[in-house]
Ligand binder design. Structure first.
Ligand code: PLP
Length: 391
């Protein structure tokens, strides 16, 4: 063919978890009886709460009846769900304009798609972080600069003097480090963004795991509606990784050199997105009801108990770590100055535990490792026993 391909894709690394799976499968070929415990991938394991399933069944039944059947959903989301999201944000003392909530099929899609409405700006990407920010910017050929997390800043980096105007990605609680921005830290970012005319893309996918006194939404910070888009998800909050629902908040105050980002996103979604199914949106609405939030929090408590078990072992072994309190992720320093892929092999071979090498999230993760609390309680106990013997 003579058409030109988007060659920006060619430099993007292979998907981290496919590489890990290949390594585990290779190992299993020679160790058929190995009882592998997977604390690697960030997927939920607890089933959906009953109230959510009931809402889906009810909605599915409505779809089979003539006068309650629905065709295309509104591309920006049904009002009933947007109202539920608006009410949920009242818990954080954040007032949202209903129009500025855009329901989607998940945070990953929005994180990739949002670049459609932004010109050729520099992207500031935390290192380490969820790889989608980096990869979607690479795919669109943007200039990338990193904002480095490390032991000293406890993996919550702040703006520095060398930074200028750009698109700033923030993820709090962070994947993979589990660290959370304080009100003070987030205020520094909002002030920086306003001073430099930058845009913050705030990923709040793990917001529901916060138990301490930390911001759940960037809009808790004064002035954030003038400089930030928030992207959130029902995946980790309500176990929707397989159901698929998320949302973005694009305030009307966002002015990019005279262009309203709200209008551009609204326009973009109208052309390139056809909405989320009625059944899914009813399920999401149920997850945000009083009973739904309680049930979802029960699942989150279950994961938190796992996280605390893992942290206990690391504390006992004097291994530096962060996360786990307000997040399903525990980020630890590999013992004996090991590199993360070496530690991956060591853990797989000696303890049959699969985790995620920190390097998969950026160079700052070269000597770090991520374990997740999404395993079963029984497996987590067994993994902790093995870790205690090995480390
Ligand atoms: N943002 C972060 C930080 C994540 O870790 C994930 C998934 O692991 C997502 C977004 C994706 O969310 P969704 O399932 O809604 O696409």
């Amino acid at each position: 063919m003579k058409i030109k391909a988007n060659t920006n894709f060619t430099g993007v690394d292979d998907y981290l978890f496919s590489h890990i799976n290949n390594k585990v499968n290779e190992y299993l070929k020679d160790h058929k009886d190995a009882k592998i415990i997977r604390l690697g991938i960030g997927d939920v394991t607890k089933p959906l709460p009953k109230i959510v399933v009931d809402a889906m069944i009810k909605a599915a039944n409505e779809m089979g009846v003539e006068n309650t059947f629905r065709g295309y959903p509104p591309e920006h989301g049904y009002t009933f769900l947007k109202e539920a999201i608006r009410d949920y944000y009242k818990n954080f003392k954040v007032d949202l304009d209903l129009d500025t909530i855009f329901v989607s099929d998940g945070a990953k899609s929005d994180l990739g798609n949002i670049l459609d409405i932004l010109g050729d700006n520099k992207a500031y990407i935390p290192n380490p972080v969820y790889p989608v920010y980096l990869e979607s910017n690479e795919m669109s050929g943007r200039t990338i600069e990193y904002v480095y997390g490390n032991e000293e800043n406890h993996f919550v980096p702040l703006p520095s003097d060398s930074m200028s105007t750009g698109i700033i990605y923030l993820c709090s609680p962070n994947n993979p480090t589990g660290s959370v921005y304080s009100y003070e830290g987030l205020t520094k970012w909002v002030e920086f963004a306003r001073k430099t005319g930058s845009l913050i893309i705030f990923d709040a996918a793990y917001e529901a795991f916060i138990v301490g006194d930390y911001p759940h939404s960037i809009y808790e910070i004064e002035g954030a509606k003038e400089c930030a888009i928030e992207i959130c998800s029902f995946s980790k909050q309500a176990g929707f990784t397989g159901v698929r629902c998320g949302y973005s908040i694009v305030p009307k105050e966002l002015d990019a050199n005279g262009y309203s980002l709200y209008k551009l996103w609204k326009r973009r979604q109208a052309t390139k997105f056809n909405g989320v199914s009625y059944i899914t949106q009813r399920a999401a609405e149920a997850a945000l009801s009083e009973e739904g939030i309680k049930a979802c929090q029960e699942n989150i408590k279950y994961y938190r108990r796992n996280a605390l078990l893992i942290k206990e072992v690391l504390d006992k072994k004097n291994i530096w770590h962060t996360g786990g309190d307000n997040s399903p992720y525990i980020w630890l320093k590999c013992p004996n100055n090991m590199k993360s892929w070496d530690f991956f092999d060591y853990l797989l071979d000696k303890a049959n535990i699969v985790g995620t090498p920190g390097e998969g999230f950026g160079t700052s993760g070269t000597y770090f490792f991520r374990l997740t609390a999404f395993g079963s309680y029984e497996n987590t106990i067994e993994a902790c026993k093995r870790l205690e013997e090995l480390l």
